[in-house]
Design a protein around this ligand. Structure first.
Ligand SMILES: Nc1nc2c(c(=O)[nH]1)N[C@H]1C(S)=C(S)[C@@H](COP(=O)(O)OP(=O)(O)OC[C@H]3O[C@@H](n4cnc5c(=O)[nH]c(N)nc54)[C@H](O)[C@@H]3O)O[C@H]1N2
Ligand SMILES: Nc1nc2c(c(=O)[nH]1)N[C@H]1C(S)=C(S)[C@@H](COP(=O)(O)OP(=O)(O)OC[C@H]3O[C@@H](n4cnc5c(=O)[nH]c(N)nc54)[C@H](O)[C@@H]3O)O[C@H]1N2
Ligand code: SF4
Ligand SMILES: [Mo]
Length: 820
C-alpha cells in the first residue's frame, strides 16, 4: 500500500518539495511515515533538473482550520508540480513573519489531482445513497435543478429549501461556503424568495449561545501572544498545536511567545495533547464533560480563601452575590450561594466534591485554585472541545467564571475565559442580500426538519422566527459540505432519513470529490478547487499580523469543473434573475469591486492597487501589541456597555431564568441562570456505562481538517486514524498497540487501529474526527468514522451537537500490535 503512493507521479513532487522546501512539517510527514526509502536514484536525478517554463502562482488553502495559508504553486505545462508557501517577510516570528502552510496545505496538489476528483455533472440512477450515478451535461444538470427549485417553491414554499452547513471553502470570498447566509447560493435564493435559515454552528454552538447571555455576544479572549504578559496560562481543552497549525496561526505564535516568556502553563484535557507535549508545566487529565465541577471546586477555594476580586464583581458584573443579584432572583440564588452550598441543593462545591466527579485529586484542585487566585495576570482560555459536550453550555460558562472571579477581563495579559482572539483586517464581502424567510432552525436539527417539522417548537427545539414550520425540508443545497453524512451525528440515523427520496426530494451536492455526502446526492455538480479560480482569501487567525491573500487561477479548471460563480450565474439565468444576480459583473469584476470597496472603507495608505496586490499575493498588517478582548468595556463600562440587558457581565442571567421556567426540558436537561454543574446524558456517570464502559471524546486531528484532506494517501499513511486507549483499559481487553479493534456505541460501530498510550487518562478514549465513512457490505464502517458512534440528541439550550460526549465499548478484532 505504501509503495503504491510512491509508484505514481506524486512521489517526484514530494521529493522535490522535500529537497527544496525543507519544511519541518513535510519532513515530519515523511519521517513519521518511514517513507523516504523507496525513492529511486533515477527519479531523483530527473527531478532536480529545473524546467525553463516553470511559473510560480500565488494560491491559498481555504479550508476551515482556523488558519489561512498562502500556497505558491509551481506550474509546468499547465500542471501543478509542487507546492511551496509564503516567502515574504522575515524568517523569524516578528509580526512580519512568513505565513507558512502546514503539511496539509502543502499537499494541496494531491487534492487537485486526487483519484476521487469529480469530473462531470452526475445524476443519481440507483437508490439514494447507493452511489450509482450517470454522467449528464451541464445543461441537463442545471435545467433539472432549476425545475426542481421552481417546483419546490411552488408546491411547498421557500422555507422548504435548505442550505446545509459546509466549511470546505470558508476562507474564500466569492467561493465562501460558510456561513450559508454568506454564500452565492444564499444570494441566488434570496433573489427567489429565500430559504430556511439556521442559527449556530457545529464549531461553537453551545459556547456562542451561553456567551450571548454572559457577555452579550459571541466572545473570544485575548490574543494567544498575550500569554507573554501573564504569569499563569491555563488551557481548558485547547489544542492549537493541532487546530491552529499554520505558521501564521496560533500554534507558531504560542510557541514563540512561550519561548520568550516565563509564563507557567497548565493544560487541562483528558488527553496529553500535542500542545502540551513537553511545552507545559503541568497536565491535568480530566473526565470528559466534568469541567463545570472542577471550576466550581476552584471557585470554592477562591471564595473561601478571599481570592476573588470583589471590586470587579461589584462594578462590572450582575449576580455574583446578593449585592448585585437582580430582584427577580430567588433568595440565596447568587453564584456565591451556589458555590458555598447556601442554594437549593445545600451542597458546598468543595474540592473534595469536585474531585469525585472530575477524577482529579483534591490537593491538585486546591493547588490549581491558589495559583489561579494568586496570578497577577491570568491568561485562561478554553478551546471549543469542552462545549461540544452534552452539557456544553454549562461547561463553558463555568470555565469563563474563573477569570471573571479574579477580575482579569479586559486587561493586557488577562482573559475572558473564552478562546483566543486576534486582530482582524476588515474586508468588504460579496453582498448576499436579505433572506425574506423568517423561519430559522438550530443548525443541528436539520434532519428533524425533514422528518418531524410540524413537531418542532420554539420552547422545546429552539425554533425561531415562527411558532411552527409550515413545510418540511424538501430541497437541500450542500456546497463544500460533508455534513450530510460524514460530519453530522449518528450516520446510521441520517442515512435512513436521506435514503427516503419521498421525504427530502432533491439533494444537490457541489463538491470537488466523491465524498460520503456526495453519494447521497440526486445531482452532483463538479466545482473548481481553489487552484482553478481566482479569489481573495482570509479569515485565519493572524495574531498581531492580520493578513489576506490574493489567490490567482493556477491551472485551468480540470475536466468539466466550473467555478461556483459561473454555476450560480447560469442557474440565475434559468430562474429569471441573472441581471440581479451578476449585476453585469464577471468573477474578476466582483473581486475588483470588493477590493476597491475595501480600499475606500479602510482608507489604508499601505493597501496597493489591485494589480500590485494580485502579483504580491499577500498583504500583512502589523499591530504593536496583542489583541485584548473587552478592553474598552474594562476602561469604561458605562460608555461601552456589553450587549446583555444590564450592559454588564451577567453571572446571573434573568433571561436564562425565564427560559428555564418556560422551556420544556427533560429530567436530565438543565438550564440555570448561574453556572452550575449537572451530570448529563451519555456522561461519565450515565447508566449506559454498564454496557458501554468507556468515555470516548473526539478531537480535531492534524491529518485532516474534518474530512478534507482525508483522501490524501500520504497524509493517511503518515498520520493514521486510531483510537487512543490507556494501557490499563487496553490491558483489561487484551488489546495491544496497533491491534485492529471494534468500537461500539448505542448508535453504531466502526473498525479502527488502537493507539495504546498513557497520553489518554484511564476510562476515557479518544478519536480524531473526520475519517471518511467507508461501510463494508454489512454496513460496518471500516475506517474509524467517528459519527458512526455519536448521538444526534441536542444540548438543552443551544440545541447543539454533543459530539465529544460518547460512551463506547472496545473489543479486540485482530491482534496485529506490539506491547506499548
Ligand atoms: N463527531 C464529530 N463530528 C463533527 C465534529 C467533531 O468534532 N466530532 N466537528 C464538527 C465541526 S466543528 C465542523 S466545522 C464540521 C465540519 O464539517 P464540514 O463543513 O462538512 O467539513 P469537511 O468534512 O471538511 O467537509 C468540507 C467539504 O468541502 C469540500 N471542499 C473543499 N474545498 C472545496 C471547494 O473549493 N469547493 C467545493 N465545492 N468543495 C470543497 C471537501 O471536499 C469536503 O467534502 O464537522 C462537525 N462534525
Ligand atoms: N488540524 C485540524 N485543525 C482544525 C480542524 C481539524 O479538523 N483539523 N477543525 C477546525 C474547526 S472547524 C474547529 S471548530 C476547531 C476546533 O477546535 P477545538 O474545538 O478546540 O478542537 P477539539 O480538538 O475538538 O477540542 C480541543 C480539545 O478539547 C479536549 N476535550 C474534549 N472534551 C473535553 C472536556 O470535556 N474537557 C476538557 N478539558 N477538554 C476536552 C480534546 O481532547 C481536545 O484536545 O479546529 C479547527 N482546526
Ligand atoms: S490546513 Fe490550515 S494550517 Fe494547513 S495549510 Fe491549510 S489553512 Fe494552513
Ligand atoms: Mo468547526
Amino acid at each position: 500500500m505504501l509503495y503504491k503512493i510512491w509508484d505514481n507521479n506524486e512521489c517526484k513532487v514530494s521529493r522535490r518539495n522535500f529537497v527544496k522546501g525543507g519544511t519541518a512539517l513535510s519532513t515530519l510527514a515523511l519521517a513519521t511515515s518511514g517513507m523516504t526509502l523507496p525513492f529511486s536514484k533515477k527519479v531523483q536525478a530527473k527531478e532536480t533538473l529545473p524546467k525553463p517554463d516553470e511559473k510560480i502562482v500565488w494560491s491559498a488553502c481555504t479550508i476551515d482550520c482556523g488558519s489561512r495559508c498562502p500556497l505558491r504553486m509551481h506550474v509546468i505545462d499547465g500542471e501543478i508540480k509542487w507546492v511551496e508557501t509564503d516567502n515574504t517577510g522575515k524568517d523569524v516570528f516578528n509580526h512580519e513573519h512568513q505565513v507558512r502552510a502546514c503539511l496539509r496545505g502543502r499537499s494541496m496538489r494531491r487534492r487537485v489531482y486526487n483519484p476521487d476528483r469529480l469530473k462531470y455533472p452526475l445524476k443519481r440512477i440507483g437508490k439514494r445513497g447507493e452511489g450509482k450515478f450517470k454522467r449528464i451535461s451541464w445543461d441537463e444538470a442545471l435545467d433539472t435543478i432549476a425545475a426542481s427549485l421552481n417546483k419546490t417553491i411552488h408546491e411547498y414554499g421557500n422555507d422548504a429549501v435548505y442550505i446545509n452547513y459546509g466549511t470546505g471553502t470558508l476562507g474564500g470570498t466569492v467561493t465562501k461556503s460558510w456561513s450559508p447566509s454568506e454564500t452565492l447560493i444564499a444570494r441566488l435564493m434570496n433573489l427567489k424568495g429565500g430559504y430556511l435559515n439556521h442559527y449556530g454552528d457545529y464549531s461553537t454552538g453551545s459556547l456562542a449561545a451561553i456567551s450571548g447571555y454572559l457577555y452579550g455576544d459571541y466572545m473570544s479572549t485575548n490574543g494567544i501572544d498575550d500569554i507573554a504578559n501573564a504569569d499563569l496560562c491555563v488551557f481548558f481543552g485547547n489544542n492549537p498545536a493541532e487546530t491552529r497549525m499554520s505558521g501564521g496561526g496560533n500554534i507558531h505564535n504560542y510557541m514563540e511567545t512561550e519561548k520568550r516568556s516565563n509564563t507557567r502553563i497548565i493544560v487541562i484535557d483528558p488527553r496529553y495533547t500535542d500542545t502540551a507535549c513537553g511545552r507545559e508545566d503541568q497536565w491535568i487529565p480530566i473526565r470528559q464533560g466534568t469541567d463545570a465541577a472542577l471550576c466550581a471546586g476552584i471557585a470554592h477555594v477562591l471564595i473561601t480563601e478571599n481570592k476573588v476580586n470583589q471590586d470587579f464583581l461589584d462594578k462590572y458584573c450582575v449576580g455574583y452575590d446578593e449585592k448585585t443579584l437582580p430582584s427577580s432572583a430567588p433568595k440565596n440564588g447568587s453564584y456565591k450561594d451556589y458555590i458555598l452550598g447556601h442554594g437549593d441543593d445545600n451542597t458546598p462545591k468543595t474540592p473534595q466534591w469536585a474531585s469525585q466527579i472530575t477524577g482529579i485529586p483534591e490537593d491538585d484542585i486546591i493547588k490549581l485554585a491558589r495559583e489561579i487566585g494568586d496570578a497577577k495576570r491570568l491568561y485562561l482560555s478554553q478551546g471549543w472541545g469542552i462545549q461540544r459536550s452534552s452539557n456544553g453550555e454549562q461547561a463553558c460558562k463555568a470555565v469563563a467564571m474563573l477569570p471573571i472571579l479574579c477580575g482579569q477581563v479586559g486587561l493586557q495579559g488577562g482573559s475572558t475565559g473564552m478562546r483566543e482572539g486576534d486582530h482582524t483586517y476588515p474586508f468588504v464581502r460579496f453582498p448576499t442580500l436579505k433572506n425574506p424567510v423568517k423561519a430559522t432552525i438550530p443548525f443541528f436539527l436539520w434532519t428533524d426538519a425533514i422528518t418531524r417539522y410540524k413537531e418542532l417548537t420554539p420552547t422545546r427545539d429552539g425554533l425561531r422566527g415562527v411558532e411552527q414550520l409550515q413545510n418540511p425540508i424538501k430541497f437541500i443545497w450542500a456546497y463544500a459540505s460533508n455534513t450530510l453524512i460524514n460530519q453530522h451525528a449518528n450516520i446510521n440515523r441520517t442515512k435512513k432519513i436521506l435514503e427516503d427520496d419521498k421525504a427530502c426530494e432533491m439533494i444537490v451536492v457541489i463538491e470537488n470529490h466523491m465524498t460520503a455526502s456526495a453519494k447521497y446526492a440526486d445531482i452532483i455538480l463538479p466545482d473548481c478547487t481553489a487552484s482553478e479560480q481566482a479569489d481573495f482569501c482570509m479569515d485565519g487567525a493572524g495574531g498581531m499580523m492580520p493578513y489576506f491573500i490574493f489567490a490567482s487561477q493556477v491551472i485551468k479548471p480540470r475536466f468539466e469543473c466550473r467555478p461556483i460563480y459561473d454555476i450560480m450565474s447560469e442557474l440565475a439565468k434559468r430562474l429569471g434573475v441573472e441581471q440581479a444576480f451578476t449585476e453585469g459583473r464577471s468573477q474578476e469584476d466582483w473581486l475588483k469591486w470588493m477590493y476597491e470597496q475595501t480600499r475606500l472603507q479602510n482608507n489604508d495608505p499601505d493597501l496597493p492597487d489591485y494589480e500590485t496586490m494580485k502579483s504580491q499575493g499577500i498583504y500583512k498588517k502589523q499591530y504593536d501589541r496583542p489583541f485584548v478582548a473587552l478592553e474598552s468595556f474594562r476602561k469604561d463600562p458605562i460608555a461601552n456597555p456589553l450587549g446583555t440587558p444590564s450592559g454588564k457581565i451577567e453571572i446571573y442571567s434573568e433571561q436564562l431564568a425565564e427560559i428555564a421556567t418556560k422551556w420544556e426540558l427533560k429530567d436530565d436537561e438543565h438550564i440555570t441562570p448561574i453556572s452550575e454543574y449537572h451530570p448529563s446524558f451519555d456522561g461519565w456517570d450515565s447508566p449506559h456505562r454498564k454496557q458501554f464502559p468507556l468515555q470516548m471524546t473526539g478531537f480535531h486531528f492534524k491529518g485532516r481538517v474534518h474530512s478534507t484532506y482525508g483522501n490524501v494517501a500520504l497524509l493517511k499513511a503518515a498520520i493514521p486514524q486510531e483510537i487512543w486507549i490507556n494501557p490499563i483499559d487496553a490491558g483489561k481487553r487484551g488489546i495491544k498497540n496497533g491491534d485492529l479493534v471494534l468500537v461500539q456505541s448505542r448508535f453504531g460501530e466502526t473498525q479502527v487501529g488502537a493507539k495504546v498510550t498513557p497520553r489518554v487518562m484511564p476510562g476515557v478514549t479518544a478519536m480524531g474526527d473526520g475519517a471518511w465513512y467507508a461501510p463494508n457490505k454489512k454496513g460496518i464502517d471500516m475506517n474509524g468514522a467517528l459519527n458512526t458512534l455519536t448521538n444526534s440528541r441536542p444540548t438543552p439550550l443551544a440545541k447543539a451537537n454533543p459530539s465529544h460526549t460518547n460512551l463506547v465499548e472496545i473489543t479486540l478484532l485482530k491482534s496485529m500490535g506490539v506491547e506499548a
